[in-house]
Design a protein around this ligand. Structure first.
Ligand SMILES: [Zn+2]
Length: 369
């Protein structure tokens, strides 16, 4: 009886609270997802990092007009970030490579590495693979140190019959084999984040991105299921064990590191880089630290879109143990992140040691031993 007596005021208190909160909703104060972004009231130590702890190699960058632009400004920004070497994946082929290399060699010969690109137009015509492999060989002779394959392969590139070219199309095999023979890696981006294929509704973590960039919406026939394209990529890696592949954006499995671990175990010639998926790592700091420690020889640093101040967020996630801090693009990540606090030996592999092993002709003297 005494117990019940105590409970009654508690019950009244709860009903009062419920009534109050439903009053707020019914007064029209519902807010949309984009508007609701309150500054955090949490007070915890903040360690902003504007310069990486060790010199690093960004293996995933895109720069244009490398043949004609003044590289001093770019090199200066790289110095500020402690970026020793930038890998420009948008090298093109033929004259673009030679022009870029002569410009780079004029002033900053050891700061830039260039990857060539293969033109997938004409797949289906006689000897396409042989000719593409020959062109690549020439590009490498002229200074390219890798091949970058854009996501168009598997999504939009069509053969001479107008059919989608699968990532594991055997007509491309001479290109992958040539990379193995030349000892250059292939950095490849296939498909896109899986939620782009899911219904655009309240269950989709990329809802905002699909709202703002509706062209990114995909479907099972636009142009094929996500799983199909991803599987094609893995098939191709397995078919060419003598070629090293750097799977861009952690192969779109940064949100499922158990699956990614299984793939790394299955495919020893596959490496990954972390461009554009740092928010996935930052929302699972303990799991990600464990993963990056276990696979420390297989992960490279990449950024993709070149905006110097965005690197700070990468450094902070990788180097600090900061808590509950925001990512810079809400449409990639509406959640907040936590630092992994990677140990120095793991950090050094991620920042430069792995890239030095896989990508030829990087000047190792720019980096600590
Ligand atoms: Zn890219």
């Amino acid at each position: 009886m005494k117990f019940l007596f105590l409970l009654i005021p508690l019950f009244i208190g709860i009903t009062a609270c419920v009534a109050q909160s439903s009053d707020i909703n019914s007064s029209g104060a519902k807010m949309d997802f984009e508007a609701y972004d309150p500054p955090s009231t949490l007070v915890v130590p903040e360690n902003m990092v504007t310069r990486a702890r060790f010199p690093f190699i960004d293996v995933h960058s895109h720069q244009w007009n490398m043949g004609s632009r003044d590289l001093d400004k770019l090199a200066g920004e790289m110095d500020d970030l402690n970026m020793g070497v930038m890998v420009n994946l948008s090298g093109g082929s033929g004259g673009q490579i030679t022009a870029a290399m002569s410009n780079i060699n004029k002033s900053h010969s050891n700061r830039f590495i260039v990857f060539a690109n293969v033109n997938f137009e004409g797949v289906g015509s006689k000897d396409w693979g042989k000719k593409a492999a020959q062109q690549l060989e020439e590009d490498v002779k002229n200074g390219a140190n890798g091949l970058k394959v854009f996501k168009n392969l598997g999504l939009s590139n069509k053969d001479t019959d107008g059919k989608r070219i699968a990532v594991d199309d055997p007509r491309l095999d001479p290109v992958w084999a040539k990379c193995g023979e030349l000892g250059i890696p292939v950095l490849i981006h296939s498909a896109d984040p899986e939620p782009f294929w899911d219904p655009h509704d309240e269950n989709n973590e990329r809802w905002l991105e699909l709202k703002l960039r509706s062209g990114r919406k995909r479907g099972d026939t636009n142009p094929a299921p996500w799983e199909t394209i991803i599987q094609e990529q893995h098939n191709m890696f397995k078919k060419h064990p003598n070629t090293k592949f750097i799977n861009a954006h952690m192969g779109w499995y940064a949100n499922d590191l158990t699956k990614l671990a299984q793939l790394l175990d299955e495919i020893p010639n596959m490496y990954v880089e972390i461009a554009a998926v740092i928010a996935e790592l930052g929302r699972q700091p303990r799991n990600a630290k464990q993963f990056m420690t276990k696979y420390q020889d297989r992960i490279l640093f990449g950024k993709d879109a070149y905006n110097p101040e965005e690197y700070y967020t990468y450094f902070r996630v990788l180097e600090t143990e900061d808590e509950y801090f925001p990512y810079y693009k809400r449409y990639h990540a509406f959640w907040r992140m936590y630092g992994l606090g990677l140990p120095d030996d793991v950090l050094k592999k991620l920042y430069y040691k792995n890239a030095l092993k896989i990508i030829p002709h990087i000047d190792a003297s720019l980096f600590p031993r």
